[in-house]
Design a protein around this ligand. Structure first.
Ligand code: AMP
Length: 179
């Protein structure tokens, strides 16, 4: 599939979850077998020779593709979750959202200083959640952090917000926020 064909599969849902937000729904890529495979394969192609040792997914839509990528690359998958979901000892990062704040957690023993980590999420918007995820994995002293999202929403400056925080930021598709 071409990137344009996959982009065309993204469904725009106006006013979800609140009025004024145009939600980019990727379930319409996921239910297409070629689209689903394309997402996995494009990420693997980009990162397979970079010495990645762990793929980290951000709850919840980052959990869909990240494990498939990890399996294909022959490395483990590590979840970043909302508070009080992970059973063993965790480390946390709390960050500011548009309304209030949010906390994310990772198992303390999930990564080690030798790890080269790829963090994946479905969408890069303002970059707030990805920045927090980078801070979280860095708390475990990893060697390198790469960042990947399926979709980058243009005009929200997420890429600028993450500048200097990771080795590299790579998104498979760029979409206008109101496109
Ligand atoms: P941000 O922290 O602003 O970069 O937001 C990224 C997170 O919010 C991702 O986990 C996305 O799943 C979700 N998100 C933000 N904006 C949208 C949108 N317009 N459509 C779908 N998901 C979004």
């Amino acid at each position: 599939m071409t990137v344009e064909e996959v982009k065309a599969l993204v469904r725009n849902v106006p006013d979800f979850p609140i009025k004024g937000i145009q939600f980019k729904d990727i379930t319409t890529i996921l239910d297409n077998p070629d689209g689903l495979r394309w997402l996995r394969d494009e990420i693997v192609l980009r990162y397979k020779d970079l010495g990645i040792t762990k793929v980290v997914g951000i709850e919840s839509r980052g959990f869909i593709i990240a494990p498939a990528v990890a399996m294909e690359m022959g490395v483990g998958f590590v979840p970043i979750r909302k508070p009080n979901k992970l059973p063993a000892e965790t480390v946390s990062v709390t960050y500011q959202k548009e309304y209030g704040e949010d906390t994310i957690q990772i198992h303390k023993d999930a990564l080690s200083p030798d790890d080269v980590v790829l963090i994946h999420d479905d969408i890069l918007a303002t970059g707030g959640s990805m920045a927090a995820a980078i801070d979280l994995v860095r708390k475990l002293g990893v060697r390198k952090v790469y960042v990947n999202c399926a979709i980058e929403l243009l005009g929200l400056h997420g890429r600028e917000y993450l500048q200097g925080k990771a080795e590299d930021i790579y998104c498979l598709m760029a979409l206008e926020v109101d496109e």
